[in-house]
Design a protein around this ligand. Structure first.
Ligand code: AZC
Length: 801
């Protein structure tokens, strides 16, 4: 949109006056942010309305992306960028003697997710809007986001993340679109005069689902889509007064926190309530919206696509069946045909513990009508498939089995498409995790490699790099990241490569300043910034990285004269509150940091920095400053990874196992420009099949490794008596489930190589450039366009090469 600086200033000062009845001098950065947010919403208002009108007029097919997590990050800057107002607003604020960055930093970072899956959902919302797809998000408005992580004595402590304390400028509460979600009670089917069966409910616990809508603004294309987040409230019935405190709490709890502690059955039941709550509310609102424009349900499959992001929203399948049959009087067969036509499912993990199942007793008690429908889905699946595939296979794959409701199986059976998120992952789904269902429905399986929003992760997070790129190639790359490949023309341009070093230096200085200010650690910006940022999990093997740091430390102590570039190891990671082992690793990293950072023999040559409370905003600071991208999961375990793509796009080279999308990154940028190492997935499966992995053999064969592991238990690292022992035992006594020791040697070898290669900055920046130039193929726009073409069958405006 068009806006002059002068007009913006007038609008902004007016907004301040209207909101606060005072003048600018009397407001805080937070107050200024809120005023700016309101103003941006007003600027966007008519675009949002017009988008809905346009979709309505053209009767466009709507895509609904259901996800229990969304991690959008701060929205002020990206909304301004997408509206084309960023420069104007910056200039206007400057004239008012205000700093845009300070105001922008006052925005809370909505922590409505954990990691990759939630951030992917947010990137895809941005891309759907930017590609003009009628795409809607559907999730939960958690009162508290993922916990705020602080370290006390090196241990992770979880504090509540009260992100809504000052309200949320971006949301619109739509109480007129609220609906009821039913839990518990009894249900029976009563024959009607026409012979149809109708459910009769008794003593149900009803919860009011109230939607809050957030605008998802497309990149300079006059489109604003909607992310709808549901909040649980007391139903406005006449006998409100009779709700006991317990009932009130039960309702309140549904949307109170992301990931309640599910290590006990109460927590599990709450999680199941959350899942049904947003699935049911979402599907009800879809059907109501559809009903405004269509007679009957016939066209549903042509007008609606519902995407199930991992298994958490799988109950959209029986819920849609329920609405079609009970409210719209479709027969089972018609309802089922429509449901499978509408639904598609993405799997994000092959880890057994993440494949959700619910005890049948719990499920039945909480969702009696939904349970009846799942029983019927199960019965019909068995009846149809047993004659073809035999009883054993059908028993293994039916939605109900071993006293459990198996969500992933239900998702596959009720969808027309099932996809993995990187080629290796999709192959593993077909050949291992969902092998049996792949026999039954081979045509449903496909791959959609993940992608990232280059707008946020390069244009916004790394303005120095973006400007440098603009000075060399056409700014088209900003809309069409595949154009980044034309940067390869500068591979031998010494001046350009030097400029890349300068950009990296600028970004490292910004990160170094943050580290100094918040952790009191001084790091050299000519050091290698070696970055591992992701959830803390044994399979992601932060531990392998730690062993390398111990090795470097012992090495420097033993050979003080060694000449090597300084090395800063940077971690960002939250551990699930009940994940004991992951928390022990956190304590280990912090204890090691304490030792290394204060050792006068080491000085500034080696530093360990664990930045607490990693999230989207910290990612935007850390990623542009990285030299090394640590992607070191045990091969086969990381479905795709997305920090690998963000780091690559910012010129970090990957130190990576052949896992998930690392494989594709290495192929795209060229093996010579990355540092691959370690067992392949095939080799890992080989160990499983033969059962002959013996971690002790590695310990005994390599004196250096032995010395490093002994440091965990011999007092070298003070303050980790129990944690050191626990970790040591996991590696040696319990045979190292994630093959850390098997990969140690090749990992260390690549680390040594990096130390050497980093000294030749020209060569190093050539590698960085190859990564930046190849990163365009991992753009979320491309990924979403593939979903649109192959799965949702909706038009989009992606510019093809
Ligand atoms: C993650 C995968 O672990 C990661 O490899 C992938 O890149 C990401 O999804 C996006 O596809 N999975 C999750 O975050 N899963 C859950 C349950 O949180």
């Amino acid at each position: 949109m068009k806006l002059t600086t002068a007009q913006f200033k007038t609008d902004f000062l007016n907004e301040i006056k209207t909101l606060y009845a005072t003048d600018l001098n009397d407001t805080s950065a937070l107050g200024q942010f809120i005023a700016l947010g309101h103003l941006v919403r007003r600027y966007d208002g008519s675009q949002w309305t017009k988008t809905s009108e346009k979709y309505r007029k053209k009767d466009r097919k709507q895509v609904y992306y259901f996800s229990i997590e969304f991690l959008p990050g701060r929205l002020l800057k990206s909304n301004l960028l997408n509206l084309g107002l960023l420069d104007t607003v910056r200039a206007g604020l400057k004239e008012l003697e205000l700093d845009f960055e300070t105001i922008s930093a006052a925005e809370p970072d909505p922590g409505l997710g954990n990691g990759g899956l939630g951030r992917l959902a947010a990137c895809y919302m941005d891309s759907m809007a930017s590609l003009g797809i009628a795409g809607n998000g559907n999730g939960i408005r958690y009162r508290y986001g993922l916990f705020k992580q602080v370290f006390m004595d090196g241990y992770q402590v979880e504090l509540p993340d009260d992100w809504l304390r000052n309200g949320n400028v971006w949301e619109i509460r739509r109480e007129n679109k609220a609906c009821l979600v039913r839990f518990g009670g009894n249900v029976w089917m009563q024959p009607q005069a026409d012979g149809q069966l109708q459910p009769v409910y008794e003593q149900t616990d009803d919860v009011l689902a109230v939607p809050y809508d957030v605008g998802m603004i497309g990149y300079r294309n006059d489109v604003t889509n909607t992310l709808r987040l549901w909040s649980a409230e007391l139903p406005p019935s006449a006998d409100n007064a009779y709700y006991s405190q317990e009932q009130r709490d039960r309702i309140d709890d549904i949307t109170k926190v992301l990931y309640p502690d599910d290590s006990n059955s109460e927590g599990q039941a709450l999680r199941l309530r959350q899942e049904y709550f947003f699935s049911s509310a979402g599907v009800q609102s879809i059907i109501r919206h559809y009903g405004l424009r269509h007679q009957g349900m016939r066209e549903l499959g042509k007008k609606i696509a519902i995407h199930i992001n991992d298994t958490h929203p799988t109950l959209v399948i029986p819920e849609l069946m329920r609405l079609l049959m009970d409210d719209h009087h479709c027969s089972w067969d018609v309802a089922w045909a429509l449901t499978t036509q509408v639904m598609s499912y993405t799997n994000h993990t092959i880890l057994q513990e993440a494949l959700e199942t619910w005890p049948i007793d719990m499920f039945k008690g909480l969702l009696p009508r939904i349970y009846q429908i799942v029983v019927e889905i199960d019965r019909r699946y068995r009846a149809a498939k047993t004659p073809i595939f035999g009883e054993d296979l059908v028993n293994r794959t039916a939605p109900l089995g071993n006293g459990q409701v198996r969500m992933a199986y239900l998702a596959v059976i009720g969808s027309h498409s099932v996809n993995g998120v990187a080629p290796l992952h999709t192959e593993l789904l077909k050949n291992d995790v969902l092998r049996d269902l792949y026999q039954v429905y081979p045509e449903r399986f496909n791959n959609k490699t993940n992608g990232i929003a280059t707008r946020r992760w390069v244009q916004l997070a790394n303005e120095p790099l973006s400007q440098l790129i603009d000075s060399k190639i056409s700014p088209e790359w900003r809309q069409q990241p595949s154009q980044l490949k034309t940067l390869m023309a500068y591979q031998k341009d010494a001046k350009f490569l030097k400029q890349l070093t300068t950009v990296k230096q600028t970004n490292k200085q910004a990160l170094a300043a943050y580290i100094k200010q918040n952790l009191g650690i001084e790091v050299r910006t000519d050091a290698i910034f070696d970055v591992q940022i992701k959830r803390l999990h044994a399979y992601k093997r932060q531990l392998l990285h730690v062993l390398e740091i111990i090795r470097e430390y012992l090495d420097l102590k033993a050979h003080p004269a060694t000449k090597a570039p300084a090395h800063v190891h940077i971690f960002g990671a939250k551990a699930a509150p009940s994940y004991h082992y992951a928390k022990a690793i956190i304590k280990l990293i912090n204890a090691l940091a304490d030792l290394v950072n204060h050792d006068p023999d080491i000085g500034d040559r080696l530093k360990v920095v664990f930045i607490p409370n990693y999230g989207v905003s910290l990612g935007e600071l850390i990623i542009p400053a990285a030299d090394i991208s640590e992607q070191i999961s045990t091969a086969s375990k990381e479905a795709s990874g997305t920090s690998n793509m963000k780091l690559m796009a910012n010129g970090a080279v990957s130190l990576a196992t052949l896992d998930g999308a690392n494989i594709d990154i290495i192929q795209a940028a060229g093996e010579a420009n990355e540092y691959p190492f370690g067992l392949t997935a095939k080799a890992v499966y080989g160990y499983y099949e033969r059962g002959d992995y013996r971690s002790v053999d590695f310990y005994q064969a390599d004196p250096e490794l032995k010395r490093v592991l002994d440091a965990l238990v011999d007092g070298t690292i003070p303050g980790i008596t129990t944690e050191g022992r626990e970790i040591y035992d996991s590696l040696l006594r319990y045979n190292d489930e994630f093959f850390v020791l098997a990969d140690y040697e090749s990992y260390v070898q690549q680390q040594r190589q990096i130390s050497q290669d980093f000294q030749d900055q020209t060569k190093w920046q050539q590698k960085a450039l190859a990564n930046i130039a190849a990163a365009g193929i991992f753009s979320a726009d491309l990924a979403v366009a593939r979903y649109a073409d192959d799965i949702w069958q909706v038009p989009h405006t992606l510019l093809q090469d």
